[in-house]
Structures are given as C-alpha cells and as structure tokens.
Design a protein around this ligand. Sequence first.
Ligand code: ADP
Ligand code: MG
Length: 417
Amino acid sequence: MALFERDNDIYRDRDALREDYQPEQLVGRDEELRTYQAALQPVINGEQPNNIFLYGKTGVGKTAATKYLLSHLREDAAQYDDIDLSVTFLNCDGLTSSYQIATRLVNSLRSESNQISTTGYPLASVYEMLWEELDDRAGSVLVVLDEIDHVNDDSILYQLPRARANGNLEVAKIGLIGISNDFSFRDDLSPKVKSSLCEQEIHFPAYNAENLRAILEQRAEVAFHEGVLSEEVIPLCAAYGAKDAGDARQSIDLLMKAGDLARDEETDSIEENHVRRGRRALERGRIKEGINGLTEHGHLVLYALLTLDLEGETPIRSRDVRPRYTRFAELANRDPLVPRRMRDHLSELAMLGIVSVTERNEGRRGGTYREYALDMDVELILSAMADTVELVGVHDSIDSYVDGDDEPTTLEDFHGT
Ligand code: ADP
Ligand code: MG
C-alpha cells in the first residue's frame, strides 16, 4: 500500500491561497489603481518618472497592486522602441539601514559574478557603485522599496530621488516607489525627504467585509473544487477579517486554515465550524508569536503572573506581582526593573491579549487601580516560555505542567481545540 496518497478532494490549487500567489486581477481597488496608474504614466511617455509613496496597513493590497501594475507597465513599455525600462524590487524586511539597502540594490543590478560584499565599504563608495550601475541602465529605472518602514535612517530615501539633481546620474531617469505598512512612518520623515519621496502619495485604506468577500470569492474559485465551500464560509471569513483589521492576507489565511481542517478531517465540504475553529487556531499561533517577541523582562513578568494565577491569586495588582517578579529576576541573574517599567510590561501583555486588565475603584477615597489576570491557556503560554523557565527554574505551581526533563510540555498543534 502506498504510504503517501493524494488528498485533493478539497483543494484544486491550494497554492493560490499562499502568500506568494499573485492574482491576475485585483478586485475592489479601482480608484487606487487608477491613481497609481496615472502616477506611472510618465514612464510610458518617456518622461522622468514620479516618485511615489504608497501607504496603508498590512494586507490591503499595496504589494499586490504594485506587482500587478509594474508587470503591465513592463509589458506595455516593451511596445515602444524608445523606452528602455528596468525595474528593481526590494523588500526591506530584515534590512535596517540605508547601507544595507544600497548594497542589496547594487547586487541586484550587477551580474552574479560581480557581487559586492554587504559589509566593509564606506557608504559613499556604495552609493558611487549604485550610481554607476543605475547610469549603465541608461533609460528609465524604477526602484521599488517595499516595507521601507523597517529602515531606520532615511539617507537612501533622500539620495535616490535626488540623484539626478545632485549630479550623480547623467543618463538614467530614476523613479523611487516607497511602500510603507506604517502610517506614522511618513510623519517621521525629515521635510527634505518627504518633499522628494512623497511627490505622489497614494493611500490604501483597510478593506471592509464586502471587499474581503469579493477577494475571497475570486481566490476560492481557483483554490477549491466546485461545491466544496458551504454558503456561509466566505461571508464569515470576510466578517472576521473586517472586524479584525481589514487585512486580506489574514482573511485568506483563515480560509486556508478552514480548508486544512476540513481536509485533515477527511470531510468533503468546508463548514462554518471549520472557520470558527480555524480562527481560534490562528489566534493561538499569533499569541505564541507575540510571546516569542517579548523581551526577557516581559517573560519574567509573565512567568510571575502565571504562577500567581495558578495559585489562585489573580486578579492581582501590579504591586503584588512585584515580589514574585523580583525574585524571578534575581533567580535569573537579572536586575529587576523599577515598578513603573514592570507595569509597562503588564500593559504590553494586555495589549497582546495574554493578560486581562480590570479597572477598580478605590472606594470612597476615589481614584482607580488596575488588576491583572491571565487571559490565556497556561499550557500555551508555557510552551512559548521554555527558556525563561529554564533560566528561573521550575516554580512549584507549574510542576504538573512540566515533564521529567524539566522542559515545559509543548503543544505542537492546536487542531480541533
Ligand atoms: P500589503 O502589501 O498591503 O501588505 P498584499 O498586497 O501583500 O498587502 O496583499 C495581501 C494578500 O491579499 C495578498 O495575497 C494579495 O494577493 C491579496 N490581495 C490584496 N488585495 C487584493 C485585491 N484587491 N484583490 C485580490 N487579492 C488581493
Ligand atoms: Mg506588502
């Protein structure tokens, strides 16, 4: 008997739900696409391209719209003999400085055999190399920097748009397209960068339930076999998505999770309950990621609160969490934070949805105080905190949750919970 068998009853093409899938058409973005297209028109006219700044929260179609329009622009520009267009696309996730971006750009413009090391040059010489490569392109060059909010200094955002004005480029006509997931990024730019980069600004608003439904329907048609989705599945995914953040990525992920649950259960249709359970599973994944992203002191505060919770001491005030936190910090050989900073960590945990906060009144004397309690599964939290438990030691209250190796039990998967 075969060990592996195809289980394609649900999916026609599951990859269509993945991050890297580029839909052929975008739905419900007509107005933004019109503005964006108009901003790119100078390229076809053989004019100096605009610098464009695109902003909006994650999952609202900024990258998809850019890829869609640039692939059309390339295709259509090829019809004109006198247009020589090259496009360089760089995602800045994981890059933090103009230096890193400049070296990446040089390398993406150079041949495989002519790459430079990404460290060790003075910034000025990296820029020199960049101007040389760009000027070699002669015609119009569009440089797309996606997720530029990861970058901490704005030198490159000033240098690229002004390269011609500053006499660094002679022949190449450069246009910079900057894309940001962070609204406040624009406000933090220095005035001189703002005026050159933000020549054309395009805002992508969050999607509403109706937008999301259209997007999901388009995607489902490619991804699933006919008749697999029961009626309420897409509206439910769309409603959750609109309620959360209006993020198309998140809604598509939810649809995929529901599909995966149905497939694992070997049912031949996806139902409302798959969506609900899928949502919980994704939620838990996010919480786990949130815990992983906390600092060491965040973990110590959480560990303290967790043990107090198991001892029935919650809801509890910050000042009563403090002794346990201080002891844990000492056991971990760390200097405890001052009360105020410790409280900041409790607030951060509340923001992540791991801890709940209740405002209480002080009684006749007036004034309010806050009480904290755990708002999340103990096992889930522990599974993300193995390092902290190892550092501090196993507290009595969590004894039953850890196995013989002094390692917290891990919940690998949350299917069906
Ligand atoms: P952003 O770059 O704004 O974070 P993306 O462009 O990556 O968002 O979009 C997130 C996901 O949603 C992608 O898979 C994308 O293909 C899809 N998507 C977003 N907007 C649309 C749309 N209008 N029509 C079809 N698919 C869309
Ligand atoms: Mg993007």
